[in-house]
Design a protein around this ligand. Sequence first.
Ligand code: PMP
Length: 425
Amino acid sequence: MTLNSELMSRRQAAVVRGVGHATPVFADRALNSELWDVEGRRYVDFAGGIAVLNTGHRHPLVIKAVRDQLDRFTHTCFQVAPYDSYVELAERLNALAPISGPLKSILLTTGAEATENAVKIARAATGRSGVIAFTGGFHGRTAFASVMTGKVVPYKKGVVSPLPGVWHVPFPISGSEVTVDDALRYIGFIFKADIDASQVAAIIIEPVQGEGGFHQAPPELMRGLRRICDENGIVLIADEVQTGFGRTGKMFAMEHYDVKPDLICVAKSLAGGLPLSGVIGRAAIMDAAEPGGLGGTYAGHPLACAAALAVLDVFEQENLLARANEIGARLRDAIDRFAQANHLLPISRARGLGAMIAFDVLKQRGSNEPDAEATSQVTRLAHQNGLILLSCGTTANTIRILVPLTASDDIVDEGLSILESCLVA
Ligand code: PMP
């Protein structure tokens, strides 16, 4: 039997330090919301490969679609010999996205590629270069995406250009000192001090910050951004890479708002475990880039497109949006109960939308003081006790839950009871 510890030493010798690892668990196989490691141990999966598996590991319909595609062709490059699944997926995404039509889409491979391409498209459409993003936001790790990401350590320090053309606005978090008014006024200051509004191509925002700690953008903020964009000809980009595909109880988190973005970035759970991303947007903006200016050798890969079409079918057939809300309510109830139990570590109440649920680990009950050390202790204990659990947050004290929406109540409850055992003070 291969041991996790042996693989970990080989990994440390052969793989760069810069790629972090949340658990010391080397995967052997996985099904729906369970994962088995190379030593045969079973885990409940509350991470879903970081929000990729809303339809669970190896959903039978997704696997069948990929198998069928494997028997036809694996790669032609959409720019060389296109295929129907890419076109059909673009049609279905255009029909689903909460953007004022007519719409067009481009398919890519990773989330960072989606955010970078959204900015390229916005720049082509406006002839401008500036970008406004938010502190605590996460938009990827490639060169420009990490510039847009609003956190220096570990994403930017020593690796990004000091003249990026991106300005960060403080993100208003309820209970913190930054209000929506502050954030909107700050944009006004940027227009006065740094870059004229007429040179700003895009504002990019996650409707719920993922890596930043599952903080929802307040509706008044989204309305304010829409107004600023309309007044100044700026493109509003919603980064739905983590919120997308049903996680928040609606297909897109932007459906929780009464304003619409111009472009939406999607990735992660779009293709149920295969690498696929995209940008969906208003056709007039999406068509601004010259032919050949967008795309990529593997972009919109046939296996991933086949998987994504199956994912959309699964959402319909299994009513996964309703299930997201049920799972979310179950998680909230349990976490709010843990928050009131004196024998457990001090934690906040649950927050989030739908099944995108998180809580903070705190130094003291009722305080807001983060306890990053206790948080990593909780995730470490969780892995030892059979639960794959992730933390996040700008102060590294948020525990987030991204269990597949296909998980049964029994599995969700099993994960929650392991979580409770890891919170014993
Ligand atoms: N945007 C958001 C909101 C994300 O959560 C992530 C990944 N965590 C990305 C972009 C980048 O996606 P990828 O890692 O696939 O490049």
